[in-house]
Design a protein. Sequence first.
Length: 319
Amino acid sequence: MEYNQFLLKVQTEIEKQLGDGFHVRVQRVLKNNDTVLEGLVISKGKEHLSPTIYLNPYFEEFQRGMGMQEIIGRLLRVYEQNVNISFGNATVEELVDFNNLRDKVAYKLIHRASNQELLKEVPYVEFLDLAVVFYLFLGECRSGQMTALIYNTHMVSWGTTKEELFQLAKRNTPELFPAHIRNMKDSIEELLKVDLEDFGESGIMDELLGEDQFPFYVLSNQRMTNGACCILYENFLEGFAKEQGADLIILPSSIHETLLIPDQGENSYEELGAMVNEINQSEVPEEERLSNQVYRYSRSSGTVEILFQSEACLINRKE
């Protein structure tokens, strides 16, 4: 069964199981790095808010031999677990009023050149080769966080601007998602999930893993989701760089976290860039990749800059 046939079969079976009064549709959702996922949306009556259940992983299970009826059962259970979730005790009408949403606006970082289609539809602020985009944090449920990306159409209906969204997100995001940093020297091999022999000739990994003067730190938020944006938190990098007594090399591990290395002036930035590219291509899912660049926080300027400009593509798309 081909993918499109699978989607149609799922929609038909779910409609049959739920019966009258339900509206079931499969919609394409544009995600990070312009990757497209298909989501199952089930609504009842005049409901305006419905959870989206992404079907791509279920098709992979189907290809591995899982039966269609078992898949349908799992989808229905996910729907039942999430259908009655309250959005912070707010009604749909309250969520339409932007005054009720100001403290829910947050931001995250994505790669600008790899999100050209998405960025046509959402407000964003440029940051180096990245883009700061905005979303609503509506709380948590059994399956994770409830969020909604903010589109240009929302901005118009709310009567707000991207400048206002940015100011709100600058205030809210560190409060909603406090930064969390930890030393990963003892478990860096497990974290990177690469064959270190690939980097043996350069010696860069031996230096990073074996010498006390080259500690790795992982920066994310306490929820470990969309935590790369912590590099934007006011005064955070400044304070950590002061504590380390050095500028900070920033390696974009994913949209969820970055790796920090105190810069003692003995690192090969080109080799670090090659390492970031290798990890992105081999270990990080397309929709979670942030950038192939190597950045540095400079104590003298108080800014983040691109340190090594990689020409490697973030996403290798098939024609």
